[in-house]
Design a protein around this ligand. Structure first.
Ligand code: GLN
Length: 550
């Protein structure tokens, strides 16, 4: 059986529980332990698949097709191991299971109640991944903030697990905020005291308190927090704001978070942390040799969490290229055929983001046209790939009303169409083409150069697809289907022949990029952007000299 660590949060949301959980997991993994992380979310949606990115940021998708919280992306990026449906549980899913059981008669004769039925179901799922010997440690992040009504059953389940398991098999790490009051020039511990008290009232006492702070905590302050919150002073951990999330594991190592955890769980004989690759990545990230500017064209750009995995993939790909990737967010709704040049002229590469619905698609199409015509490196993901197909159909094949039937059901050239197996689906939750599917890559293509392989597997989340009725015409005109699903023939990758770098993918490569395995499409895209930038610079130079001599 595995040992269990629960991570709760107090005072305010957005403290970065996911990053602390992932950092602790990384350190334990680096010491040779097998670790996984799961997230329990208190909302009633069965999963975040039906949530607007403005509500909940990006929806992350696992290999087994689960639509999950974006924290699972952090877990994968830090641990370099795939997560699954079991790693993300919501209140909605718990209730759905219990209600289905009730309807099936499993509780016949009994009143179904929060305690014990809901808490039992929560406990089953909290302990599930720890059974079967696959993991030494399961870290469970509890979503929300202590004191919320909706997370009470989760905290109660933790209380019961702590009561049921041996002392050394279970512990609680509480993440909290130590605000700095400018006027008083003081860090304040009171909100932390209150949040620990609230957690204790719910029956759970933390073993470690991790304090988010903008200023270093003095020993005196740590002692005060320890005394008032009833933990040992070395169990008060300072978590100063870091310049990158990838630095947090090293900060936690410095603070000894992993050692306190190992002691509490009575795990002896652990190895020194092996973080060579991680440190090398951080070095490259901090000291880049060059810089590129990438335009991210999307309609949710006001909210950075909406494109979390894409932004992180750029960080991984930038580091390996020793290149700083500066992202310029361009709102697709405000791009027109008239202003596109002005908006995109300084870029070294263009990424058209995934998305749903009509808003901003014409802007995306104008951006693709600009990239195609000006030889600007282009990378389209999911809807971005579909926009590239539509742009080519309109401007090269001459199908002026070409569109996706998602946006225009009446188009006479539905070059992107609803997948056959989607046509009779009415429910919205969990019904897209989700998760990992194989893709076969054509030799001598850009995709082949990128992957160095003809067989790949990538993750999906879509309902529409390239309409194979038009395949021959596209191919003849120069837009090549360089990757296809071997079973269905569904086009997974399109690319342009006469262009330095133009690729659109139906899948989501951003969901598989990790610190230790940056995704090859991102890596090659940044490489192409670097070449584009160097070419731009070399073209600039003679002009400058000419100006100077005249
Ligand atoms: N809306 C498109 C589809 O469903 C693209 C989805 C996406 O970009 N994830 O096919």
């Amino acid at each position: 059986m595995a040992k269990y660590i629960f991570v709760t949060g107090g005072v305010t949301s957005s403290l970065g529980k996911g990053i602390i959980a992932a950092s602790l997991a990384k350190l334990l993994q680096a010491r040779g332990l097998k670790v996984t992380i799961q997230k329990f979310d208190p909302y009633i949606n069965v999963d975040p698949g039906t949530l607007n990115p403005y509500e909940h940021g990006e929806c992350y998708v696992t290999d087994d097709g689960a639509e999950t919280d974006l924290d699972l992306g952090h877990y994968e990026r830090f641990l370099n191991t795939p997560m699954s449906q079991a790693n993300n549980v919501t209140t909605g899913r718990i209730y759905q299971t219990v209600i289905n059981k009730e309807r099936a008669g499993d509780y016949l004769g009994k009143t179904v109640q929060v305690i014990p039925h809901i808490t039992d179901e929560i406990k089953n799922r909290m302990l599930l991944l720890g059974k079967g010997g696959k993991y030494d440690i399961v870290i469970t992040e509890i979503g929300g903030t202590v004191g919320d009504i909706e997370s009470l059953p989760f905290v109660e389940a933790v209380r019961q697990i702590q009561w049921e398991l041996p002392e050394e098999d279970c512990m609680v790490v509480h993440l909290t905020l130590i605000p700095y009051l400018k006027a008083a020039k003081e860090l304040k511990t009171k909100p932390t005291q209150h949040s620990v008290r609230m957690l204790s009232q719910e029956g759970v006492h933390p073993n470690v308190i991790v304090c988010r702070t903008e200023h270093p905590l003095t020993e005196e302050l740590k002692k005060k927090i320890a005394l008032f919150c009833n933990v040992k002073p070395n169990a008060v951990i300072e978590a100063m704001d870091a310049s990158t999330i990838y630095e947090v594991p090293l900060k936690m190592l410095q603070e000894g978070l992993d050692v306190i955890v190992l002691k509490k769980l009575q795990i002896n004989g652990y190895a020194a942390p092996e973080l060579t690759k991680w440190r090398a990545f951080l070095d490259k990230l901090k000291y880049p040799h060059s810089k590129v500017t990438i335009g991210l064209i999307g309609k949710y750009i006001e909210l950075q969490d909406a494109y979390k995995s894409i932004l992180e993939s750029f960080i991984h790909a930038g580091a390996i290229n020793e290149c700083k990737v500066q992202i310029v967010n361009v709102h697709s709704e405000f791009i027109t055929a008239e202003n596109v040049k002005e908006k995109l002229k300084d870029l070294d590469g263009l990424l058209v983001a995934p998305g749903f619905g009509n808003r901003g698609v014409e802007g995306k199409i104008s951006a693709v046209k600009y990239a195609r015509e000006t030889q600007l490196p282009f990378f389209g993901i999911c809807l971005g790939m579909q926009m590239a197909v539509i742009e080519y159909a309109r401007n090269i094949l001459g199908f002026t009303d070409a569109h996706s039937t998602e946006m225009d059901e009446k188009t006479t050239h539905p070059v992107i169409d609803l997948m056959d197996d989607q046509k009779n689906i009415e429910n919205k939750g969990g019904t897209m083409r989700l998760g990992a599917y194989p893709c076969e890559i054509k030799k001598d293509s850009l995709a082949h150069k990128i992957y160095g392989n003809t067989q790949i597997s990538e993750r999906h989340r879509h309902r529409w697809e390239f309409n194979n009725k038009y395949l021959a015409e596209f191919e003849k005109a120069g837009l090549l289907p360089s990757g296809k699903n071997p079973a269905t023939g569904l086009v997974e990758i399109v690319e342009l022949k006469d262009h330095p770098f133009f690729i659109g993918v139906q899948y989501h490569p951003e969901l598989k990029s990790t610190v230790e395995n940056p995704h090859p499409v991102f890596v090659h895209f940044i490489k192409a952007a670097k070449e584009h930038s160097e070419k731009k610079d070399s073209l600039k130079a003679p002009v400058l000299q000419g100006e100077m001599s005249s």
